[in-house]
Design a protein around this ligand. Structure first.
Ligand code: SF4
Length: 395
C-alpha cells in the first residue's frame, strides 16, 4: 500500500530507478519500448485523471476492526483461514502506478500496535487456524526496525505462526536497502521466511537487483514472484517466458500472474481477461520453458484471489464490462475468520452457499503513448521493436 492522500497517488520514483530510467533513455531513447517498461510502471500519466464515478477507490475490504483485550487492532486484514495480513507501514520506495494500495492513506504502526497484533494472533480464539502471517504494506523493508519488532513479537507471542511471508519490491526499487541490518532480521527469525517479490519484466533484473536477491537467498529466505499483467509492459508471451525463465534461473518460484486489478484511474494498465487467459494458455502449454516455473493466472476479486478454470466465468454484463465469477468461498467462513467482514454489493451467493462475485473486465484497446505522457516522446530505434503505439496482439 503505497500512500495516497484522499486518492491523490503521488509520483514517487526512487533514486535507483531514476538512474536506471536515465540510463535506458540514454541507451534506447525516451519513448522506446525499453523506456516504456519502466515509465509505464512508475511515471504518473494524465490518463489517471480518467476516473468514472463507478470506479473503485479501494480494493477488497478485509480490515479487522476489533479490539483485543481492550486494545484496538490497526493494520490487520484477513480473508483466509490460515493466513493473516499485517501492514506495519504503507510507505514504499517507489509508487507503482497500478498498485491496489495506491488509494490507501499513508500509515505506519507503532511498536505497541505491532505487539497487540502479535498477542491477538497468539491468544485469540479467532486465530486458532492461523499459521501464516503475510507482512505487507507498503513495503516492510522500508522500516527495518519495525519489521524486526514485528518478527520478534510474532516469535514471542504467536508460536502458532510457522511461516512469515514478506511482500517487497525493494530488490527492483532500492536494492541497496537489502543490507546487513535487514538481512540480520531474517537470520534471527525462528519462523520460516518467504519473500514475495513483484517483478514484471526481464529488463528489471539489473545486476544490483540480482545481487540483492542472491543476498536474500543466501540467508535462507525462499523467494516467490507474483506479478500483474500490464498493458505495454509484459503482455506478450515472449516477454513473460523470458521473465519466468529468469526467475527459474535465480531459484525463484513463479506463483501468480494476476489480471491487473480494477482501480480508479488505472484502466489503461488493464488488458482483457480473455487476453490473460490466452497468454496463460500459451505459457502453460507451449513446452518452451520449464514446467516448474509456470504461474497461475488469477483475478483479485472483491472477496479474494480466484484462479480461473473452465466454467469459472458464469456470465457477462456488458453494461459495465463485468463478469460474474464462481468462487469456492462461503460467507460464513469469512465472518468466522474476520468478524468485521461484510458481504460486498458485488457478491451473490449461489444455491450451494458459495459466493459468486462481479468483477470488472479490462480491454485491449490501443492508445497512443503521446497521449499517455502528455507530450511527444523522442523516437529512437528499439531492440524490442519500434513502438509508440502499444502492441496488443498476442505474440
Ligand atoms: S512497492 Fe508494492 S505496495 Fe508499494 S506501490 Fe509498489 S506494488 Fe504497491
Amino acid at each position: 500500500m503505497a500512500g495516497a492522500k484522499e486518492g491523490d497517488f503521488a509520483e514517487l520514483v526512487s533514486p535507483f530507478l531514476k538512474r536506471k530510467l536515465a540510463d535506458i533513455e540514454l541507451k534506447y531513447g525516451r519513448g522506446s519500448a525499453e523506456w516504456n517498461v519502466i515509465a509505464l510502471q512508475y511515471l504518473r500519466s494524465p490518463l489517471e485523471n480518467n476516473v468514472a464515478s463507478s470506479d473503485r477507490r479501494r480494493h477488497y475490504e478485509s480490515e479487522l476492526q476489533i479490539y483485543h483485550q481492550g486494545e484496538p487492532l490497526h493494520g490487520v486484514e484477513r480473508l483466509y483461514k490460515r493466513t493473516l495480513l499485517i501492514e506495519p507501514t504503507t510507505a514504499c520506495a517507489s509508487h507503482c502506478r497500478w498498485c491496489l494500495r495506491g488509494q490507501y492513506p499513508i500509515k505506519t504502526l507503532t511498536k505497541d500496535d505491532v505487539k497487540v497484533i502479535a498477542r491477538y494472533v497468539g491468544e485469540s480464539p479467532d486465530c486458532v487456524d492461523v499459521d501464516e502471517v503475510l507482512i505487507t504494506g507498503g513495503d516492510p523493508f522500508m522500516h527495518p526496525r519495525l519489521l524486526r519488532t514485528t518478527v520478534e513479537a510474532l516469535g514471542t507471542y504467536a508460536p502458532n505462526v510457522k511461516t512469515i511471508r514478506i511482500g517487497t519490491r525493494m530488490p527492483f526499487q532500492s536494492p541497496e536497502r537489502i543490507n546487513d541490518e535487514l538481512l540480520s532480521i531474517l537470520v534471527a527469525a525462528t519462523q520460516r521466511i518467504e519473500v514475495a517479490i513483484n517483478v514484471n519484466h526481464p529488463l528489471e533484473f539489473w545486476d544490483e537487483s540480482t545481487a540483492s536477491l542472491r543476498r536474500l537467498l543466501a540467508v535462507g529466505a525462499r523467494i516467490y514472484n507474483q506479478n500483474p499483467l500490464l498493458k505495454g509492459v509484459n503482455d506478450h508471451s515472449s516477454t513473460l517466458i523470458e521473465l519466468y525463465d529468469s526467475l527459474r534461473n535465480l531459484e525463484i518460484e513463479s506463483h501468480y500472474l494476476f489480471h491487473a486489478i480494477p482501480m480508479a484511474g488505472m484502466s489503461h494498465h488493464r488488458t482483457s481477461i480473455a487476453k490473460g487467459l490466452h497468454l496463460a494458455q500459451r505459457l502453460c502449454s507451449s513446452g518452451t520453458f520449464s514446467g516448474r516455473s509456470k504461474p497461475r493466472f488469477a483475478l483479485l476479486t472483491d472477496i479474494g484471489k480466484v484462479v480461473l478454470y473452465e466454467g469459472s466465468i458464469l456470465k457477462r454484463r456488458p453494461s459495465d464490462n463485468s463478469v460474474l465469477v464462481q468462487t469456492g468461498y462461503r460467507p460464513e467462513d469469512r465472518t468466522r475468520w474476520n468478524p468485521s467482514w461484510s458481504l460486498p454489493n458485488s457478491v451473490e451467493v449461489d444455491d450451494h452457499g458459495f459466493m459468486t462475485v462481479w468483477y470488472r473486465d479490462g480491454n485491449d484497446d490501443t492508445f497512443d503513448l503521446t497521449d499517455y505522457w502528455g507530450q511527444p516522446p523522442a523516437r529512437e530505434p528499439s531492440t524490442f521493436g519500434d513502438t509508440n503505439v502499444l502492441p496488443f496482439a498476442v505474440a
